[in-house]
Ligand binder design. Sequence first.
Ligand SMILES: Nc1nc2c(ncn2[C@@H]2O[C@H](COP(=O)(O)OP(=O)(O)OP(=O)(O)O)[C@@H](O)[C@H]2O)c(=O)[nH]1
Ligand SMILES: [Mg+2]
Length: 430
Amino acid sequence: MFDFLSKKFTTIFSKLKNNKITQKDITALLEQVQDALLEADVPFQLVQEFCNQLQSDLIGQKIHEALKPQEQLVKIVNERIQSFLSAQQTTIDFTRGIMMVMGLQGAGKTTTLAKVANRLKKPTKKILLASVDYYRPAAIEQLRQLAESISVDFYKANQNDPVSAAKEILQEYQKNKYDFLLLDTAGRLHIDNQLLQELQTIDLALQPQYKVLVLDSMTGQESLNVAKAFNQAIGFDGAILTKMDSDTRGGAAFSFCYAMKRPIFFVGTGEKIDDFEQFYADRMTSRILGMGDLVSLAEKADEKIGKVEQEKSMKSFMSGKFSLEDFANQMNMVNKLGSMSKLMKYIPGIGSLNISPDMIQKGQEQMRGFKAIISSMTPKERAWPSILCKSRKKRVARGAGVAVSEVNLLLDRFEQSKQYAKLLKRMGRF
Ligand SMILES: Nc1nc2c(ncn2[C@@H]2O[C@H](COP(=O)(O)OP(=O)(O)OP(=O)(O)O)[C@@H](O)[C@H]2O)c(=O)[nH]1
Ligand SMILES: [Mg+2]
């Protein structure tokens, strides 16, 4: 997710020097940011607007004593992106009621509805899943199977025209006193009037509390036109962006938040039921800027790793006393959590430049190598890596069966991670 922009921004920031910032630096930074966003498929007009705002932030910047000039720029870009992404970002409480999803064909509506049902599932809540998609032959069966796989009730209407079926489903929902009705609708290849009219009629008949647009993030710029058409015809409360795990460049998320002034509730990050995350503008910004997302990592870890272990790791990370031992523990946490490709972007310093997705295999080997290196150090060396002189490095490398350059690489990575921690702390992110 946002790998493309994350790499771009990491490169941009790595070029910044720590001297006094000149007008030339600002112009160069703006140009690079503009290029990155255009390449990420953000519409030109939005990029212009963003860069104008960023320019006035950069020119009118207040000098923070605690920040170095380079960090100052990162902070400003960070704040601007975050406010761009959080335009009208409100969390909605899905307490009870009817939710209708809509969107183009193949956007991920049916899968997403099952993911939402799985999220809302509680022993005290009665959920009903139903579909009015009579266009694709297997559409209703697809939802039935998904409902079965997550043990949520499913109702198939006897009527087989979408509007009458919707009314029948509504009766079933009311009669059985369900807390939620999650309604799937048909998609079309392109926006057409018939689809929109049908949705309008269903909307009138059911008056759903929540209307959610499901958008394929791979659609890029076009997704904004789709959003506008649905908004005009039916209106919606917010969106769920799917396929953020694909090699989407993130333009859709960026454009949607800003242009539609509606929240993104969730993002889909894969085909499985659990590949679903709540959208937080601040955490997404961190990921876009290549700074990782430790808060989400910690949350993901909740189920799999003891809280104590996590808190210890987080505390030491932010305390400035972050040792190589902690670094190794952090890598262990990631390993326990599973797929490297999905998780490495959460870790500051590791998720950025040096490991590209096609190097995942190599990255995993590198992590194993790093752990071997750390375990062949003495406790003292782990606590104070600066004592690692040439001969100590040689000994450690020999113990781990690697070249000295690997030891240096680990120390560089570790240093980078520490710098990020300091930066995040100074920026008040923790
Ligand atoms: N990688 C990935 N695939 C997804 C995600 N969400 C949905 N898909 C896949 O996208 C394809 C289409 O998903 P559906 O849920 O059937 O889409 P739909 O909008 O209901 O499609 P129609 O009913 O034909 O309009 C399926 O193969 C899903 O597994 C996601 O977040 N990531
Ligand atoms: Mg469907």
